[in-house]
Write a protein that binds this ligand. Structure first.
Ligand SMILES: Nc1ncnc2c1ncn2[C@@H]1O[C@H](COP(=O)(O)OP(=O)(O)OP(=O)(O)O)[C@@H](O)[C@H]1O
Length: 271
């Protein structure tokens, strides 16, 4: 993808399988939204090949659009419509939509059904965005930074919703987020974009091994907290077990999180 003379995506090669939840990560300006918009058919690419549900998103039918759900960055139109009215209105465009009750219940807006859209809080408005994205029971759902502005409870509810859509409905989901704990919780697989290039993609655990992120082993000895970083935590625990000749006081083993892996990869990339 090129804007003017500037390449903003270069050689991005990404496969997403049916039923997968993939998180696209990367620093600001890395090209995540541009990638998603190309896949959604919102942005015409400058070159390369793209196939989404078997079609080129630059040239798709209405039937294809019904199979794809898009959560756009906050709905601003129809400010004076009631939430329930808006949902019913958009449901008419789809062959097999969720019912109004089912949908509002799923996104936690049942109590707001008769409220005007302009009177929703920021987080409630985002839930409405999600509702409009999934209303047609899409096979494939695109979520661009879906939880920005959510309070912790709304975030947890949203995570449960995504898990349900993935596990029960079998939806394929591609999301971008800056929240690495969210990416780790929701996704089977991640892809990391830096400066328009894909520097890594695959299951989270595999990526951790690739950059040899180390585990943290902590314990208490002689009244002091001790810790060691190691690629082989079971070996360290085995040695400690022998040293203590029994239980190891205050033992904790923390595997690398996605955040450790991600920051490790960015460091390697910038080195
Ligand atoms: N319409 C446009 N015209 C010119 N350049 C653009 C346009 N849209 C995006 N860009 C540039 O393309 C690059 C990638 O932008 P993009 O919005 O895809 O990044 P992002 O990874 O989604 O960033 P963020 O995390 O900040 O949302 C940036 O350098 C941005 O300035």
């Amino acid at each position: 993808m090129r804007y003017g003379a500037r390449d903003v995506l270069d050689g991005v090669d990404l496969d997403v399988r049916r039923g997968e939840v993939v998180a696209l990560l990367g620093p600001n300006g890395a090209g995540k939204s541009t990638t998603i918009e190309i896949l959604e058919g919102f942005r015409r690419r400058s070159g390369g090949q793209v196939s989404v549900l078997g079609a080129d998103p630059d040239d798709v039918s209405d039937a294809w659009r019904c199979r794809v759900g898009i959560v756009v960055q906050s709905w601003r139109d129809h400010a004076r419509w009631q939430v329930g009215e808006l949902v019913e209105h958009f449901a008419r465009y789809y062959p097999n939509p969720y019912s109004r009750g089912e949908l509002l219940d799923a996104v936690g807006l049942t109590a707001q059904a008769k409220q005007e859209c302009q009177r929703l809080s920021g987080g409630q408005r985002r839930r409405l965005d999600v509702a409009l994205g999934i209303i047609g029971r899409p096979e494939l759902l695109f979520l661009d930074e879906p939880t920005t502005g959510f309070d912790p409870e709304a975030r947890r509810d949203f995570h449960s919703l995504i898990e349900r859509l993935s596990e029960v409905e079998g939806m394929t989901i591609l999301l971008t987020t800056h929240d690495l704990a969210e990416a780790e919780r929701l996704s089977n697989s991640i892809a990391i974009l830096v400066g328009g290039r894909l520097i890594a993609s695959g299951p989270v655990e595999g990526l951790a091994a690739e950059i040899q992120a180390e585990a943290h082993v902590r314990w208490i000895q002689d009244g002091e907290r001790r810790s060691r970083l190691t690629a082989d935590p079971s070996q360290v625990v085995w040695e400690l077990h022998h040293e203590f000749d029994g239980p190891i006081p205050g033992l904790e083993v923390r595997r690398p999180t996605l955040e450790d892996t991600y920051l490790g990869m960015l460091r390697q990339e910038n080195a």
